[in-house]
Ligand binder design. Structure first.
Ligand SMILES: [Zn+2]
Length: 273
């Protein structure tokens, strides 16, 4: 029998039972186990863990727990300033790209709206999500703890927030993307890079009010949707700015008022038939 002490920090508390949250507690193990198995026995996905200290020394997941070990588990989270310390989880991929699970369609759309490369397909099942994430070095965004526990998943992130705007802000903050946004550069429907198109080429597909009020258009070479500036993204980026300001993270990419307006009304078919 091993007697240990354990504490989970910050966001990791959402995963563990109420009685263990935000405090150091004692725990008993019947058999010797790795620190990874211990962490996951508390339902904390290993992909969310950035650093583990045992008796104040950093260890990796394979560390075998000994009697009287004092264990601190820290989350993989930007706001928590532990970047300087080497990480036990997979390092972030060099280019930040995402795949959103089936339940995060709105988040996928919002990320695309800000120009962030995000794969999403409601029909993907678990092993397909993992396959696509690994083969394309994408970070799997999910609220499903079980998929994050899979050992074959390289990069995963549990989205803590529940509201769309909060989820978007969380991902932007977590992966430090505030100065990497490029609104209306990507198709909301299929994630392809948009191209500019002359107004006269899409004129007969535009709603009347858009014909008179907009002159700049882009289209998706993959699925033929046409996009124009509007007010939807204005609201979204304003909300994001508010959250980033609250978090004291400057949105270096904050669009100027007059340019911040990408609206896509879902789609007009650009292909001339
Ligand atoms: Zn498209």
């Amino acid at each position: 029998m091993l007697h240990i002490h354990l504490r989970f920090y910050e966001e990791l508390n959402v995963f563990i039972p109420q009685e263990f949250r935000k405090k150091r507690f004692s725990h008993t193990l019947k058999v010797q186990t790795s620190v990874k198995d211990l962490v996951e026995s508390f339902n904390v996905p290993h992909t969310q863990v950035d650093m583990i200290l045992v008796n104040q020394k950093q260890v990796d997941f394979s560390h075998i727990i000994k009697d009287h070990d004092d264990i601190s588990v820290f989350p993989y989270f930007h706001r928590f300033k532990i970047e300087a310390i080497s990480k036990i989880s997979h390092p972030k991929p060099e280019i930040i790209r995402f795949i959103a699970d089936n339940h995060l369609g709105n988040l996928a759309r919002d990320l695309r709206m800000l120009g962030l490369d995000t794969l999403h397909n409601e029909r993907f099942i678990h092993h397909e999500l993992v396959e696509q994430a690994n083969s394309q070095e994408r970070i799997l965004l999910t609220k499903d703890r079980n998929i994050l526990k899979r050992n074959d998943l390289n990069f995963g992130y549990y989205v803590y927030a529940n509201q769309d705007a909060d989820q978007l802000a969380e991902v932007v903050l977590q992966f430090d993307l505030a100065d990497k946004l490029s609104p209306l550069s990507r198709c909301l429907r299929c994630n392809a890079i948009l191209e500019k198109i002359d107004k006269d080429k899409v004129l007969d597909r535009l709603p009347q009010r858009v014909k008179h009020t907009h002159n700049s258009f882009t289209y998706c070479p993959h699925c033929d949707k046409v996009f124009w500036k509007g007010t939807h993204i204005d609201r979204m980026t304003e909300k994001l700015d508010t959250i980033l300001e609250t978090m004291k993270v400057p949105n270096k990419n904050k669009p100027h008022r007059t340019q911040s307006t990408l609206r896509t009304i879902g789609g007009i078919n650009a292909k001339r038939k």
